[in-house]
Write a protein that binds this ligand. Structure first.
Ligand code: 5RP
Length: 265
């Protein structure tokens, strides 16, 4: 592997082999998402606990201080919206020159396996990988399901992750599933990070799925709404960080969460 590629990956995946990515890219198809209306404000107290942030060029340029020192994973696919016909009909939205200009450490894009636009999104991935590999920039593929959240079974996710890796993604982001998640990770030859999905009811539930996913081989998370849409985002991210980097159990993480919430840690 080339030095530049290795260096960028090492900025994202920490020395312990783990990673906590904080995505705030939701506006690219959802508009001003709840609690992300002012992304710069949302991330201010959270950035120090994240290993990288994932966002579009528009939010990066307009809402994030250029002196910040966290690596950037630039979302470079889009062209659809929640009120449009089909979320899967995405294109690549950012040139390699722009990716380099913005000093991205990686880029990310969605693939929609099994959708009407499967071929388009997968060939977009291959084209993006070709363009980015020339400059040592890793591509993280996002296995997207659009509105069909019920698709998130191990069989389907394993298929998506493997295809994304075969097409050259250096990291794959996928959903957690309770049953057989280890098969998803085991069938994927590149590191897997867990996406959060819609906000769940209790904080402990998040700690449990992150912990279980890590036990089954994920290297970390790319978790947004279950951090910044919660009542106590700083307590949430700090607790999740301990599961990822300090091997905390869900109960230990919950205990830290309560302490931070109470201003005691
Ligand atoms: C949107 C994305 C988000 O980055 C991803 O869904 C992670 O965020 P969340 O934890 O809120 O689901 O890729 O397409």
């Amino acid at each position: 592997m080339d030095w530049g590629m290795k260096n960028r990956l090492s900025r994202l995946i920490q020395a312990d082999g783990k990673a906590l990515f904080l995505p705030i890219d939701h506006g690219y198809f959802q508009g001003p998402t709840h609690k992300l209306e002012k992304p710069g404000e949302t991330i201010k107290p959270l950035l120090q606990y994240a290993d990288a942030i994932m966002l579009t060029r528009g939010v990066l340029r307009n809402c994030v201080d250029s002196a910040m020192n966290k690596p950037v994973i630039l979302r470079v696919s889009g062209g659809t919206s929640v009120v449009g016909e089909d979320l899967a009909n995405e294109a690549i939205t950012t040139s390699v020159e722009e990716i380099i200009r913005l000093n991205a450490s990686a880029v990310s894009m969605s693939v929609f396996v099994g959708s009407k636009y499967e071929h388009q999104s997968l060939t977009n991935l291959a084209t993006l990988v070709d363009a980015c590999e020339d400059y040592g920039i890793p591509v993280m593929a996002v296995t997207a399901v659009g509105r069909e959240l019920e698709k998130r079974t191990a069989r389907y996710l394993a298929l998506c992750c493997r295809i994304a890796a075969e097409l050259g993604a250096r990291v794959v982001k996928t959903y957690y599933c309770e049953e057989d998640f280890e098969k998803v990770v085991d069938g994927c030859p590149v590191p897997v990070v867990i996406a959060g999905g819609p906000k769940v009811d209790s904080q402990l539930e998040v700690f449990e799925f992150v912990y279980d996913g890590m036990q089954k081989g994920a290297i970390g998370v790319n978790l947004g709404r279950n951090i910044w849409q919660t009542e106590h985002p700083v307590a949430a991210i700090r607790a999740i960080r301990t599961i990822i980097h300090d091997n905390y159990t869900p109960e230990e993480a919950q205990s830290l969460f309560e302490q931070v919430k109470a201003g005691k840690a």
